[in-house]
Design a protein around this ligand. Structure first.
Ligand SMILES: Nc1ncnc2c1ncn2[C@@H]1O[C@H](COP(=O)(O)OP(=O)(O)OP(=O)(O)O)[C@@H](O)[C@H]1O
Ligand SMILES: [Mg+2]
Length: 154
């Protein structure tokens, strides 16, 4: 199922990511979609906060690498595929990462067919300078997760 949210500030998007993180564990896969500046990295920061990644950890879209790893309650593999045209899940080592922690991928549209059985899709749409529409869809075992989310209810 899917659920739609409207966030009216960067902080609200952060809170939504934090709220989502409460339902993630080792092996969870989160795919992020949205244009440049949509708020994907902001969402990742919220997820990291919720997963107890230390506040002083610098969280940014990996620029010179494809993946950043943060240490929190679980390991968080933060992948950004922007600079790639097309990539296969195996090529980025997705399966190894999933065995080891939570994986969150910016520009997931660069991936071909998603072979993972369970994952969350987070689509972020620019509405205006401060507002974004965020559509969260669950697949496989994570199918019912979106219904449990509420950014106002952390
Ligand atoms: N409601 C909102 N949610 C998220 N970000 C917002 C919102 N309103 C304004 N912003 C601003 O939009 C920008 C989002 O930047 P961010 O780096 O998260 O985008 P991105 O999707 O990761 O882009 P890129 O594809 O370049 O990595 C920030 O400057 C943030 O302050
Ligand atoms: Mg980014």
């Amino acid at each position: 199922m899917k659920k739609e949210f409207l966030t009216k500030s960067e902080t609200e998007t952060l809170l939504l990511g934090e709220s989502l993180s409460k339902h993630l564990s080792k092996g969870s896969l989160v795919l992020l979609y949205g244009d440049l500046g949509a708020g994907k990295t902001v969402f990742v920061k919220g997820v990291c906060k919720g997963l107890e990644v230390p506040e002083n950890t610098y969280i940014t879209s990996p620029t010179f690498s494809i993946v950043n790893v943060y240490e929190g309650k679980y390991k968080v593999y933060h992948v950004d595929l922007y600079r790639l045209d097309y990539v296969d899940e195996a090529e980025i080592g997705l399966w190894e990462y999933l065995e080891d922690g939570v994986v969150i991928i910016e520009w997931a549209d660069r991936l071909g067919d998603i072979k993972a059985e369970s994952y969350l899709k987070v689509e972020i749409f620019y509405i205006n300078d401060n507002s974004r529409k965020i559509v969260i869809s669950g697949y496989g075992e994570l199918q019912e997760l979106p219904a449990k989310l509420d950014k106002d209810n952390l």
